[in-house]
Ligand binder design. Sequence first.
Ligand SMILES: [Zn+2]
Length: 177
Amino acid sequence: MSMNGVCRDVREFLRGLARELPEIFPAPRPVYRRYAPARRRRAALSAAERGQAKEIIRARVEHWAGLMNLQYNRICVKDQRTLWGSCSGKKNLNFNCRLAAAPPEALDYVVIHELCHLREMNHSKRFWALVRGTCPDYAARRKWLRNNAALLWNPVTLNAAAAPQAPAGYSYTLPQN
Ligand SMILES: [Zn+2]
């Protein structure tokens, strides 16, 4: 028997063992883990990238606030881990700078969502009616963020025209704001 044949047999034997004894041969970490938004996996953004992100987001907030005729106080853009955005009682808006790497539709959804909180500080039916009024397909945009959030943790370029597709079966859900 050739050396290759022996190797193949050994490999097959080990694969069989791994199937029989999963507690001894744990499954290898799936490839999609590299997209996991663990702190250590997040690509750091340079000060220039953060500044660029802030400008991209600020422009969308000004655009939508104008259209929706809403007044806000301050915009804060931070590199935060779990929140896409928030709106305070003092009408300060806060956004995750990673949104600048999302498709514009997804970024706009979060902007519209937070702006609607200037009217409704809750997630009531009235709030969602406001969101729907400005953004009828908000559910699809929200779903994109849910399913692809982790891609934004390692953006190749800010506001890339087409975000890379997540590997099949991958899904990650951020806590709802
Ligand atoms: Zn909200």
